[in-house]
Design a protein around this ligand. Structure first.
Ligand code: GLC
Length: 715
């Protein structure tokens, strides 16, 4: 525990007075679904924290039982999933990551906790930082995408934002980095499925964001459901002892995911619940979330000498220490009278609108169709997202109210220029078998412009919602064809929780915006972008596959011995390369891709030297000019490649980025400094190493384009 004598003495003295049953009670997290008498259990000190309970009055009720009616009066921790907002809902994390704006994410995290703490939540199971390269996996919606560097930046931002909020009484909240570890690599993109990867891939690609959160001071870690290389994460000593405690020095508490300890039996890793409890406590899991393994079996395991009570004491001290840090001993209750005024403030909604607009990716804009003119328009809004509310909130909107969400049709009514006409035609449902071709055709024929509002219902992404087919759900593809056949200019608006395989949609529209599931103010944000009030600047953080067969497709792949675009001599011709006979290797849209209404030109790449020593630094810069007619922001990205190394290296790795805002005709230089840490990788013992050799470096608008330079690392 951190050296805080007052805290340590307080917690130790409390621990010294606790019975074994009361200690184990602190290691139990449950809610009203508890099979036994919940209030009686709390009164007996049998529960240490609650989860997924959000009614402030109810929380106060249970808190009073714990504080005023139990023997020792230890307050309850209240945990909830404040994934992208509490009552005010922000864009899904995958969308927010697309802003590449850590300050914005930090502000959103803090704002979310302002609402959550006021309603009693002092522990959020956020940030989710699982590297996600498989859009079949529904939880990609909650992630920051495919890249370790960007996810690490976001992990720090979420953690700082969540843990920096304090209310007037000094009550604050704990973040919980999840799902430790590598949950996003679930085989076949099926949720909860096995994960099996080399330690190298784990350490170089999947662990960095969790480590970033730990380095940013995250107070808790949640273990993942999956098994990793044969050992479930929730009983994995390599992850929980070797890496998390010994290598990273993490001193906070570890909680399982939802009954993940009990699930060790289903993994075939524990004969029964008692063995599951034994394997998890010995691996280092402090709290059993929504499970019966610890409450029913830990005491017996201690009495039988299989679990030292010292292990229980260590867990309980971490739990008491967290309650102390969060101010719960001094301020355990909520001021229920203050809750209403805390929620949905104008400032929070303005932030939600700003975030939603800045999360929208411009994927196509043929002939600069966008932004729309501020002259009267005859618009047909066609598609199942036209009048949708709930799906704009996204898959984790637990506390959001759908009746507080404006539909796109409603937003257009007051955003279209005076004198415009708006025809609204859903055309089909978001996933059903219905399709009204006549109505679609009629609506398009009456308009000069079609806004095509399509995408995924929020229930198609998120936990336990993986898809094997990644095209537009239901009969939306036919709706797209019918609209395209009208011959009218079409702007696609794709509201989705994941990358979809949409090559036909891309070909069918003149312009395409990706608002994802953008939260309370998604509709207004779309209008802000449609009319140029906001110039889109977001960039993809996951590659968009052309088809499911390409999955997983990501930019930081290896070269292989037969790369499709190799230099030098290869014995075999084009056919015998690492490629497909029936599809290109390239994604539909690459990582880092996003357009603007402005135009950005990169020129004059400059390296401070042609050679750098292993302990030296190299500065790389380039000029960026806005050659467009409007001001805009560009996220310039820095990538490197190690051309030959002790182990194979990715063909590109993101090592930095800068967001610049330029007026028409304005130029600026962006400059990056590559440090030894940027140029190192892990050797065979997984120790950082920098090797002499040839390197490439790019600065560009996405992972496929940019100005390239070369340099040598010299001994
Ligand atoms: C769920 C999720 C996890 C969440 C927890 C509590 O199963 O996997 O992300 O924090 O349970 O709701």
């Amino acid at each position: 525990m951190k050296s805080n004598p007052e805290k340590n003495n307080y917690c130790q003295s409390l621990l010294d007075r606790m019975t074994l049953e009361e200690k184990i009670g602190q290691m139990v997290q449950f809610n009203e679904n508890w099979k036994l008498d919940f209030e009686k259990t709390i009164r007996a000190g049998g529960v240490g924290s609650l989860l997924t309970m959000r009614d402030p009055h109810n929380i106060n009720k249970f808190q009073r039982i714990a504080v005023e009616e139990s023997r020792l009066g230890i307050p309850l921790l209240i945990g909830n999933d404040v994934i992208h907002g509490y009552r005010t809902t922000f864009p899904i994390p995958l969308a927010l990551a697309g802003t590449w704006d850590t300050q914005l994410v930090e502000e959103i995290a803090r704002e979310s906790m302002r609402e959550a703490v006021a309603c009693g939540t002092t522990w959020t199971f956020t940030p989710m930082v699982d590297i996600s390269r498989d859009p079949r996996w529904g939880r990609i919606a909650e992630s920051g995408g495919e890249d370790p560097y960007l996810n690490s930046q976001m992990a720090r931002a979420w953690t700082r934002g969540i843990q920096s909020y304090h209310d007037a009484n000094g009550r604050c909240a704990a973040a919980c980095v999840k799902h430790y570890a590598a949950y996003g690599a679930a085989e076949s993109g099926k949720d909860y499925n096995s994960v099996d990867m080399s330690e190298r891939r784990l350490r170089e690609e999947y662990l960095p964001p969790y480590r970033a959160a730990v380095e940013a001071g995250v107070k808790t870690v949640m273990t993942s459901f999956n098994d990793l290389n044969g050992t479930p994460a929730t009983a994995n000593k390599f992850l929980l002892q070797q890496v998390l405690r010994r290598e990273w020095g993490f001193e906070g508490l570890v909680i399982s995911d939802f009954d993940a300890i009990g699930e060790l039996v289903h993994h075939g890793f524990a004969r029964d619940l008692k063995e599951a409890a034994l394997r998890s406590i010995l691996a280092g899991v402090d709290i059993d979330m929504m499970g019966y393994a610890y409450p029913l079996h830990l005491a017996d395991l201690v009495h039988e000498g299989k679990v030292p009570e010292a292990l229980i004491d260590a867990s309980v001290l971490r739990i008491l220490g967290l309650k102390y840090d969060l101010g719960l001993f001094d301020h355990p209750y909520i001021d229920e009278s203050a809750v209403h005024d805390t929620l949905l403030t104008p400032a929070a909604l303005d932030l939600a609108e700003k975030a939603a607009a800045e999360s929208i990716v411009l994927l196509k804009n043929e002939g600069d169709l966008l932004p729309l003119p501020h002259t009267p328009l005859k618009v047909a809004l066609i598609g199942p997202m036209a009048e949708e509310r709930a799906s704009l909130l996204g898959c984790w909107y637990f506390n959001g109210h759908t009746d507080e969400v404006e539909t796109l049709a409603e937003a257009l009514e007051h955003n279209l220029p005076a004198g415009s006409t708006l025809i609204v035609e859903p055309g089909c449902s978001l996933g059903g078998n219905d399709l009204d071709l006549a109505a679609i055709t009629a609506a398009a024929s009456q308009a000069d412009l079609v806004l095509l509002a399509i995408g995924e219902h929020f229930s198609l992404s998120g936990e336990a919602h993986s898809r094997a087919h990644l095209d537009l759900p239901g009969r939306q593809p036919e709706l797209v064809r019918a609209v395209a056949a009208s011959g009218k200019p079409v702007v696609g608006l794709l509201f989705t929780g994941r990358p979809l395989t949409i090559p036909e949609l891309v070909d069918s529209v003149s312009a395409l915006l990706l608002p994802y599931h953008g939260g309370n103010r998604a509709a207004q944000a779309v209008c802000d972008v449609l009319f140029g009030v906001v110039n889109p600047a977001a960039k993809l953080t996951t590659s968009f596959p052309r088809c499911e067969g390409q999955v997983p497709v990501y930019y930081a792949h290896k070269s292989t011995g037969r790369p499709i675009d190799s230099e030098g001599i290869i014995q075999f011709d084009e056919v015998n390369r690492s490629n497909y006979l029936d599809e290109t290797n390239d994604p539909l849209f690459p990582f880092g891709f996003g357009l603007s209404y402005a135009k950005f030109e990169y020129s004059d790449l400059n390296l401070s030297s042609a050679a750098v020593k292993p302990d030296g630094t190299l500065t790389v810069s380039t000029q960026i000019t806005n050659t467009g007619k409007v001001a805009g922001s560009e996220i310039a990205q820095l990538y490197i490649r190690d051309l030959a190394a002790l182990v194979t290296r990715p063909v590109k790795q993101l090592k930095g980025y800068r967001k610049v805002t330029l007026q028409p005709g304005e130029s600026c230089r962006v400059e990056f400094t590559l440090s030894p840490a940027d140029l190192s990788f892990l050797d065979e013992e997984f120790q950082p190493i920098i090797e002499p050799g040839s390197m490439r470096v790019w600065i560009g608008p996405n992972s496929q384009e940019g100005l390239m330079g070369s340099f040598e690392i010299v001994a």
